[in-house]
Design a protein around this ligand. Structure first.
Ligand SMILES: Cc1ncc(COP(=O)(O)O)c(C=O)c1O
Length: 347
C-alpha cells in the first residue's frame, strides 16, 4: 500500500512514530543537531526566537530582503526589528552593517540565505560570539546549500527550514527548527505543544511555560519522508541549473549576476539577477512564457515591519534591479537554454 494511504487508514494521523522517523531522517541529512518538526517555518522562527531568549521590547537585527515571515515572527514576540543593510554582491545581510546595528537592547541576530545563497557564516558567527548574541539562521530558501563543506543547519545554534508547498522539499505545509543544544531541543518540544511534556502522562503534567500548537502530524510527515528519498537529486537539479546560469549569463549588457562568499555553494531556490530596466526584462520574458519576478516586497516597506524608518542605501540600489528567474528542478536543460537565449536577445 502506498505510504500515504497506509498512514491515512492506520487510524493514527496525529503526531506519532512517523513524525519521529521524519525528524530522525531529516537530522541525518543535515548531519548535526536535533530536528524539531513543526507545522510551518514561521512556527520554527517563533520558537527559535523564544529559545534565543528574545522578549517583548527587545531588538533583533534582521534583513529587509526576505519573505515577510522572517520579520513578522519577530513582531509575534513583541520585539522590534532593527534592519542591517545588505552586501550588493550577494543580496545577503552585511556582517559590517549587523555590527553597526547592535546596541544594548539587541537580543538576537536573524540572517537569511536569500534565494538559497549562503550568508557569510564565519563573520556572522564571530559577531554573534563577540557580542554574546544567538544567531537564528533562516534557511527557508537554502536546504542543501553548503558553507565550508557543511550543509545549512550546521552553522548556528538555530536554523529554520520551511517545508511549505514551493520549497526544495515539501510536506505541503511544515517546517523544521534545527537546534544544536540538546536541552533547548527538549524545551522546544514543550513549546511546540502547549507546554505539555508528551513523555509524561497528561495528569502528571504541570505546564510551566507558554506553549503553542505547532507540531507536525503523521500525514505531513509521511509526505516529508517520501520527499526526503529524493532530496539529493532535487537539490542537485537546482544546483545544476544555477551553475548553468552562472556561466551562461556572463557578460550581458545591463545584467549583473550575484557573487557568492568564498567557500559557499548556493542551493539556488531561485536564480537572482540584477538588471537594468527590470520592467522591460520581466515583460520580455513573459512574452516568451517565462515567469520572472521580484517576488518579495522589501520588508521595511510594510509599515508594521518598519520600526525605525532606517536608511538602507545598498538595499535601495539592489532592490531597484532585483529579479528572479526560475531555476528549480522543473526547469529542464531545454528550458534553461531558452531562458538564456531569450535574455541574450535583449529586452
Ligand atoms: C525566508 C523565509 N522564511 C520563512 C518562511 C516561512 O515559512 P512557512 O511558509 O513554512 O511558514 C518563508 C516561507 O515562505 C521564507 O521564504
Amino acid at each position: 500500500m502506498p505510504m500515504l494511504e497506509q498512514v491515512l487508514y492506520s487510524g493514527y494521523i496525529a503526531q506519532g512514530e512517523v513524525v519521529d522517523k521524519f525528524e530522525e531522517q531529516f537530522s541525518q541529512y543535515i548531519g548535526v543537531g536535533n530536528s524539531l518538526s513543526l507545522n510551518s517555518g514561521t512556527a520554527a522562527l517563533h520558537i527559535a526566537l523564544i529559545l534565543a531568549g528574545v522578549n517583548a521590547g527587545d531588538e533583533v537585527v534582521s534583513t529587509a530582503l526576505t519573505a515577510e515571515p522572517t520579520n513578522v515572527s519577530i513582531k509575534m514576540i513583541g520585539a522590534k526589528i532593527r534592519y542591517a543593510d545588505i552586501d550588493f554582491e550577494t543580496g545577503n545581510i552585511s556582517p559590517a552593517s549587523i555590527e553597526e546595528q547592535i546596541n544594548d537592547r539587541t537580543r538576537a541576530i536573524v540572517v537569511v540565505d536569500y534565494a538559497g545563497v549562503p550568508v557569510h557564516v564565519d563573520s556572522i558567527a564571530s559577531i554573534g560570539n563577540k557580542h554574546g548574541l544567538p544567531v537564528i539562521h533562516d534557511a527557508a530558501h537554502s536546504l542543501g546549500s553548503l558553507y565550508n563543506g557543511k550543509r545549512s543547519g550546521s552553522h548556528f545554534p538555530f536554523t529554520v527550514f520551511s517545508l511549505q508547498a514551493i520549497k526544495h522539499i515539501t510536506t505541503v505545509d511544515g517546517g523544521i527548527l534545527q537546534i544544536q543544544d540538546d536541552g533547548l531541543y527538549e524545551k522546544g518540544k514543550l513549546i511546540r505543544w502547549f507546554g505539555i511534556d508528551k513523555k509524561k502522562p497528561r495528569l502528571e503534567n504541570d505546564i510551566g511555560l507558554q506553549g503553542y500548537k505547532y507540531h507536525m502530524n503523521n500525514v505531513n510527515a509521511t509526505i516529508g519522508l517520501a520527499q526526503l528519498e529524493h532530496v539529493e537529486s532535487i537539490v542537485d537539479s537546482h544546483m545544476s541549473n544555477g551553475r548553468y546560469f552562472d556561466e551562461a549569463l556572463k557578460n550581458i549588457a545591463g545584467l549583473e549576476r550575484l557573487d557568492y562568499y568564498p567557500g559557499s555553494i548556493p542551493s539556488y531556490w531561485l536564480y537572482t539577477l540584477k538588471v537594468e530596466n527590470r520592467a522591460g526584462f520581466i515583460a520580455k520574458l513573459a512574452e516568451n512564457g517565462i515567469n520572472a519576478s521580484e517576488l518579495h516586497k522589501r520588508n521595511d516597506q510594510h509599515s508594521y515591519l518598519n520600526d525605525f524608518n532606517q536608511q538602507l542605501p545598498v538595499l535601495d540600489r539592489f532592490y531597484s534591479k532585483l529579479v528572479h528567474i526560475p531555476c528549480g528542478w522543473w526547469v529542464s536543460e531545454e528550458d534553461r537554454e531558452i531562458i538564456t537565449q531569450t535574455i541574450r536577445s535583449g529586452w
